[in-house]
Design a protein. Structure first.
Length: 115
């Protein structure tokens, strides 16, 4: 079993930046696809970004393309989401996911972007 712990959320003004971290334990997460999702109040959880293994290629939702960057540090067993040019519509709880079978999720970290 794997545990995922997100951190780095907070309150930021529109146009600002945050970097989210997702630290894994119990399993080496570097050998799996990892993804970030988000869920805003009253909305369904939606895909944000994915980093693939092997190769490290990435994929993004259209709404964040060009503003967010997903990356991983295998030595730290951690995946990151660098978020720039934040908008109020980016406000949500952000979750990381290891795409194993079954998949595992972290507990989420709140990101609030004020206008």
């Amino acid at each position: 079993q794997v545990q995922l712990v997100e951190s780095g959320g907070g309150l930021v003004q529109a146009g600002g930046s945050l970097r989210l971290s997702c630290a894994g334990s119990g399993r080496t997460i570097s050998a799996y696809n990892m993804a970030w999702f988000r869920q805003a109040p009253g909305k369904e959880r939606e895909f944000v970004a994915r980093i693939y293994w092997p190769g490290g290629s990435t994929r993004y939702a259209d709404s964040v393309k060009g503003r967010f960057t997903i990356s991983r540090d295998n030595a730290k067993n951690t995946v990151y989401l660098q978020m720039n040019s934040l908008k109020p519509e980016d406000t949500a709880v952000y979750y990381c996911k290891i795409e194993t079978t079954p998949a595992y999720w972290g507990q989420g970290t709140q990101v609030t972007v004020s206008s």
